[in-house]
Design a protein around this ligand. Sequence first.
Ligand SMILES: Cc1ncc(C[n+]2csc(CCOP(=O)(O)OP(=O)(O)O)c2C)c(N)n1
Length: 624
Amino acid sequence: MSTLLLTIESPADLRKLSRAQLATLADELRTYLLNSVAQTGGHLSSNLGTVELTVALHYVFNTPHDRVVWDVGHQTYPHKILTGRRDQMATLRQRHGLSGFPRRDESEFDAFGTAHSSTSISAALGMAIAAQQKGEHRHAIAVIGDGAMTAGMAFEALNNGGVSNARLLVILNDNDMSISPPVGALNRYLAQLMSGQFYAAAKNVGKQVLKGAPPLFELAKRFEEHAKGMVVPATLFEKFGFNYIGPIDGHDLDSLIPTLENLKNLEGPQFLHVVTKKGQGYKLAEADPVAYHGPGKFDPAVGLVPSTVPAKTTFTQVFGQWLCDMAEQDPLLVGITPAMREGSGMVEFHKRFPNRYHDVGIAEQHALTFAAGLACEGVKPVVAIYSTFLQRAYDQVIHDVALQKLPMVLALDRAGIVGADGATHAGLYDIPFLRCVPNVSVDCQADENECRQLLTTAYQQDHCVAVRYPRGAGVGVPVQQSLQGLPFGKGEVRRKTQNKAHGKRIAILAFGTLLYPALKAGDALDATVVNMRWAKPLDTELLAQIAAEHDALVTVEEGAVMGGAGSAVLEALQQLESPKPVLILGVADVFTEHGDPAKLLSELGLDAAGIEASVRKRFAALCV
Ligand SMILES: Cc1ncc(C[n+]2csc(CCOP(=O)(O)OP(=O)(O)O)c2C)c(N)n1
């Protein structure tokens, strides 16, 4: 029974509750959240961990006037439930339903759109400074996880914010987990802070009480230090100019609420360290927060059960297997992931080759330049990175990798439509932003087998090659185990038009997995279909031949049209002085929404029927 929760249509209702009622509300909220995610799938462990923090923040602060910026935003389901979106939770991550992340166009309580990590402190600082400039009295709060805290961007913002006198509160939500166990020196440092918990808590009570009287406060601090018989070093965050409070128990409303209330009255940048447990309150998620980070639908009474239907092999699995097989052959191979071991299919590689596995934290820029350094010394890096997260490391690709012609493989997972995660995670821009960089090649494999073969081809090159493959499974072709590769920069004709009598011929040039719907459309239209395989270098020899033999060309890609593979074809045709008309199919100048990937592709006209319809519309006179 969610008796209290059902009375909360907005945080204003929450603020009418007594302090004593909040624990009950938090319990109801947790149950509602669990049942809701079990029905839709979505992020779970992180949301279970932020229930009390969400209640406390909306209780103490005057949202939406005060701004709360949630880092990554995958932990905002409790926030969505309390901010008028409870009944829409059943539509989470579905087409026209609630987004799985905060969005400014979804609610006035979503102060900032997030999903890529480590932006919260910068955005909240911007809001705090804007309030100052406009003479508005409001608080800006960034809630950031210990995983997200590992990114350089978070530290850039601390560096900037610590010397401001902005009304900025940074809350570090430390659950000692990223998606997988956290890595790096910061993680060790936070563990040290936690181990001094009792002393730190005592110190901070003193600080809060005495803050109003600076000289006495300083005296007390020194006295305290003498009493301990040592001088305790200031925390890293204090060195950055923040007033550090914590660590406190992030599931204890009796700690959270008074602390936040105190912090509200302090001037200047504040840093609150709260400790939470990923999966809190649901035993199965507490025991295995990784599995419950982003589960599909499940029965909460039973938990996750392995599917009885044999699953199709995903591209991620093909990559993971290839990585292990190639590592077996070549002792110089290293695998790098910016905090995405599970998502990138590197669990097995980590297990088998621990010394050649590098999880660098949520640090895409560093991942690329670190790989560049390795490549300088003749080690052979394979950087497994989602297409969308490579956006973070663009200058590193150009300046540190390409300019120095350093060889490496960029295994670009989630290239194309990603489905439920939506626009923030769609990998639609890699072809345009990579193909314009000298010394970088881009291949677009059509199926699982090509994925494995082209990874090998990429690995054999003496420059940077990006291998792009989409989320999920391919058509299910058998995967050859050999590691021979396919010819560099070469496509292949997969279907030849029979339409000799008609005399008007169309060729569809497919880049990537859309080859298969293109083949279907090709059957319906009796068109030639070419598997181009490489967006760069383009197989211009094959293109010249196809252009000469056909009356019209159609390009198909799962990516942004502007500057994409179709544009590459146009550029090449112009060089060849070919006058043939070209229809470019892909994603126009729009952000793709969240929802079922197959439906989204169909909406974008990129399924077989859509491709056929577009061709018939544009080249009506040429169609059979
Ligand atoms: C730039 C970027 N890289 C990678 C990710 C993928 N990602 C989503 S959540 C997450 C872990 C975040 O850990 P933390 O901040 O500690 O939050 P928690 O899930 O533990 O609550 C990662 C790596 C991302 N969202 N953005």
